[in-house]
Design a protein around this ligand. Structure first.
Ligand code: GCW
Length: 711
């Protein structure tokens, strides 16, 4: 008998005994939770202002007796109202806004120029040094009375400071003498919505689009304001509201009037609006009669050639029109020459020609052009190499108001990929990082997968671009190359469903994205802990149990879908179920082994990294196991550092992933009395679905690879 068969036979009884290997997963009972103190329904997201425990209520009540907020801008009024709302709900006492900071326990908030007369010299000095969006929260004495100052140099910073203060209250903070400051590490912290004008969302799992185009500009959904408030609470300051696969209609006058209204709402929360535009927009709606390409736009031209003066003028006029309606318009986000989208290559022009033409039109208004590097034509030997090959030669060629937006991994938002080698390879270009909050390849809204650990892992990865310690975080925040502008974008997971993101736990990913965008060095665990405290009202052991679930949830998903650096094993349609049989081009399984040889003896994708990483990734014995099959074609019977053969390690990890989901189900079950019944039930339903999903992946992949392997 062949060795593999022997191994499976030996493994089988123990897997069956532990319930790890089942043809189909047994359903777990859905228990009815006992009554609980938690009232969260998921609809307030993390801005769930639970009443504080009595002792905390008493402490905080002394600190927040009144609010002094001299500013009158829309952002500052929102900041003031938020604080009043939070204090009222958490302390159970309505407090008033006053027009003097004289009383004891005043919280004063405003810009430095508004509060300077009330602040001690030390606070003025600290506040004067803040960068844009930064804030200071300081316990001070003013007029002989204890007070708290929340101060910034700009309105949005005050708003962020208020949300931080509120978070301290929500988190059960009991140190009431405060002295802290915070500044965003990244200047442009952005959500990208892949929302279509027909209300559908590409890769959206949280409902239909938040933007009700047919109702705009007359009718306003309350969600617009709520959405902006959630974004502001985590420091997001820009949103691109429509799909990168852009419908040119977005630039029509009637649509721009709708966008104007949304932008007006977002502005009050410190958020700039961006639009995704089709490169073919200048072409007339009927398309071009003769010749190629046959794109359709909303203009009156025959061409979209970026070097054609008429085309350039068309864009300039359109940009001017937009800025008349939306004076603080952010700019454009463009997917060009990618997956069938129009682009400059149709005219023999380059990404530089295309991006700079649009950037030029935006520059006179201070606008920004974000150009995506997600390009591949599947013609070469390795799709992972394409973005680098196409963009690296253009380093230093883009105008100063251009960002090149690069996905974190070179393939496509896989559960785990090494970082795209462009990071650290274009020192004279502003690179933005694109993450996906929506879980296109991670089980959509079904799975609990908390993405904080995945993103933190990416951000902490070392590019070695300027020696050891040249992390992705430093590339993205501009500090590695001394760049003043920086950008990170997350593909949004929002929708109009009751829980906004398809489930309560998916809200944590929106939250984590914002927090990491603010500070890419925050720990995933710290962020999860904050989110749990803000979202649920439960005791410390329950919080610890939820934290453990969250922190293990991504690794569990990697294990039960694509362990050891496998990727893109999903079905083409929907990217949800496993389909290893159709993905040979990515996993390269054959009778002898598994994995994609991307070393210098293979596609030499490894050659795109800096030498320090090349020496690791070219050697299967040095490559971390989590990336093994990404870089190497490994014999099935090769013994790995774990002591197991590749085949055994693979099945071990698939089973471990399923087991972790089983444990999450048990943990959540045990929290029945702690979590609000409706929330508990809806999460339990999802976890049971994830159990099935995990088994499906494990069973299908193990079955398929067992069939291919022959050793
Ligand atoms: O991940 C892939 C998705 C497409 C998406 C594309 C992109 C918006 O499957 O749906 O299109 O990436 O990022 O452009």
């Amino acid at each position: 008998m062949k060795r593999k068969k022997l191994l499976l036979t030996a493994f089988l009884p123990c897997l069956l005994a532990t319930g790890l290997l089942r043809p189909a997963c047994a359903a777990t009972d859905l228990t009815t939770p006992r009554s609980s103190g938690d009232r969260s329904t998921g609809s307030s997201l993390w801005l769930n202002y639970h009443e504080l425990a009595p002792s905390l209520q008493k402490d905080w009540s002394g600190v927040v007796r009144q609010v002094f907020s001299p500013g009158e801008s829309a952002i500052l009024l929102n900041a003031r109202d938020e604080l009043l709302l939070a204090i009222g709900q958490m302390t159970g006492r309505q407090v008033a806004a006053t027009d003097s900071p004289a009383g004891k326990g005043t919280v004063m908030l405003g810009r430095l120029d508004q509060l300077v007369d009330f602040l001690p010299k030390s606070a003025v000095e600290k506040a004067s040094a803040l960068t844009e969006g930064g804030y200071l929260i300081e316990s001070i004495t003013t007029g002989g009375k204890p007070a708290t100052a929340i101060v910034s140099r700009d309105d949005a910073g005050v708003l962020y400071g208020v949300f931080h203060f509120v978070r301290l209250m929500q988190s059960g903070e009991s140190r009431l003498r405060l002295s802290l400051s915070s500044e965003p590490a990244i200047t442009l912290r952005m959500l990208n919505h892949w929302d279509n004008l027909d209300g559908s969302i590409e890769r959206g799992y949280g409902g239909r689009s938040l933007w009700k185009w047919e109702e705009l500009p007359e009718q306003l959904s309350p969600r617009y304001e709520q959405y902006a408030r959630y974004c502001a609470s985590i420091g997001i300051n820009a949103v691109a509201i429509n799909n990168v696969n852009a419908n040119p209609k977005i630039l029509r006058e009637d649509y721009l009037k709708k966008v104007e209204v949304l932008a007006g709402i977002f502005r009050k929360w410190g958020i700039q609006t961006y639009l995704c535009v089709s490169f073919a927009s200048p072409i007339r709606p009927s398309g071009i009669v003769e010749g190629r390409p046959r794109w359709r736009g909303v203009g009156d031209l025959e061409s979209a050639d970026p070097l054609d003066p008429e085309v350039r003028q068309w864009w300039q006029t359109k940009v001017d029109e937009i800025y008349t309606l939306i004076p603080d318009f952010g700019g454009f986000l463009v997917k060009a020459d990618s997956e069938g989208q129009p682009g400059p290559s149709s005219y023999g022009r380059t990404h530089v020609d295309g991006a700079n033409m649009l950037a030029d039109a935006l520059a006179s208004h201070g606008g920004t052009l974000i150009w995506r590097a997600f390009v591949y034509d599947n013609k070469g030997d390795d799709r992972a190499k394409e973005a680098y090959d196409e963009f690296k030669p253009f380093d230093s060629k883009f105008l100063d108001n251009v960002f090149i937006q690069v996905k974190n991994g070179p393939l496509d938002f896989q559960p785990r990929e090494p970082f795209t080698p462009l990071f650290g390879a274009m020192p004279q270009t502003h690179l933005a990082m694109e993450l996906q909050i929506a879980k296109e390849y991670l089980g959509h809204a079904t799975t609990l997968a908390y993405l904080g650990p995945m993103w933190a892992e990416i951000l902490a990865s070392d590019t070695y671009a300027k020696g050891s310690g040249s992390t992705i975080a430093k590339v993205i925040d501009g500090s590695l190359y001394g760049q003043k502008k920086s950008c990170i974008a997350g593909v949004a997971n929002t929708g109009d469903g009751p829980e906004w993101c398809g489930s309560v736990f998916n809200q944590a990913n929106w939250y984590a994205f914002g927090r990491l965008a603010w500070n890419p060095r925050l720990g995933a665990e710290e962020i999860a802990d904050e989110w749990i405290r803000m979202t649920f009202r439960c005791d410390a052991p329950s919080r610890a149990a939820i934290l453990k679930m969250m922190m293990g949830s991504h690794e569990a998903l990697v294990d039960y879908t694509m362990p050891l650096g496998l990727n893109l094993l999903c079905a083409y349609d929907g990217h949800y179920e496993p389909s290893p049989a159709t993905r040979e081009a990515f996993h390269k399984a054959d009778s002898k082994g598994l994995g994609f040889n991307r070393t210098k003896r293979g596609s030499n994708y490894v050659g795109q990294y800096h030498p320090e990483l090349q020496s690791i990734f070219n050697d299967p014995d040095k490559t971390p196991l989590k990336y093994l099959l990404w870089f190497h074609h490994v014999p099935w019977d090769k013994q790995l550092s774990t002591g197991r053969t590749l085949f055994d390690e693979l099945t071990f990890r698939y089973n471990r992933g399923v087991k972790s989901v089983d444990e999450m189900v048990q943990t959540w079950k045990s929290l029945g009395g702690e979590i609000a019944p409706a929330t508990h039930a809806s999460v339990m339903k999802k976890l049971l679905e994830e159990q099935q999903f995990a088994c499906l992946w494990r069973d299908e992949c193990v079955r398929y690879f067992s069939g291919v392997a022959d050793f």
